[in-house]
Design a protein around this ligand. Sequence first.
Ligand code: SAM
Length: 279
Amino acid sequence: MNTVAAHYDRPLLADALIARLAEHGIDRRSVTLEHLAALDQMHVRGHPATLELADALELPKRAKVLDLGSGIGGPARVLASAYDARVTALDLTPALCEANRALNQLVGLTRRITVLEGDATNLPFENATFDRVVTIHASMNIDRKRTMYREAYRVLKPGGRFGFYDVVAGPAGRPDFPLPWATQAIDSFLVSPSTMSEIAEEVGFRNRMFRDVTNQARNEIVRQQEAAAAGKAAGDPVPLQAGDILMGPKASDKQRNLRRALKEGRIGLTMAVFEKPRS
Ligand SMILES: C[S@@+](CC[C@H](N)C(=O)[O-])C[C@H]1O[C@@H](n2cnc3c(N)ncnc32)[C@H](O)[C@@H]1O
């Protein structure tokens, strides 16, 4: 197993998430997509950010969608359920693929989502297979971004779209580690937003949308911290979340370094949509 997959490796992850739901009074037989949404989105701003990217992709009916670096399948389940897509969810880390399958089974989405272990830089699909390719918070683990984007371009049908929501390098220098996506600097490959857009255009994509969404993330983190403090002061029950389970060892250091890097401008967030021209 390479160091990126080792970083994300969490055996029996679905069981741990189901146990967390049970602690909140949610029995495995009554788990819904709404319950999972609080746990299964492994990216900054979670479920609302997934919906924003999905909306921006303007999916056709029953779109064939490829999700690169699909994690435990949070975004794939949103695309399959709320957008009626047929999703292929591809991820490098076997334990996350296994958890993805188990959660799909729990909410009855196995027929709409196919989960595959694989590498986003070497896709096992024919040319022009998909209507949309998406990737959320995975490319920061991938050094060969040109190869990844070229593969996304290759497997898209003409007129198809490639959407990403990713962490990018900020203007204020390098972040401290560990971070949620990398225990150490050797597994983190952040580039500037302009480099990402240059690479996408070099491989042939046409830019349709390119947004700096760093401030939304900063504001959301402040809002969450204020809500957590108010909830604690009022003696409210602990909200349902699974950051500690998903991030594993040193989860609180990873979260603290992420918040600080965002605040200090050492990282940013970009949401973008590119199109493969029809001719
Ligand atoms: C932070 S998680 C994001 C998961 C998911 N996209 C989400 O937002 O919930 C990053 C994921 O990218 C996967 N990944 C990293 N490098 C990859 C590669 N070269 N090919 C496929 N998946 C990769 C990791 O295994 C991990 O599941």
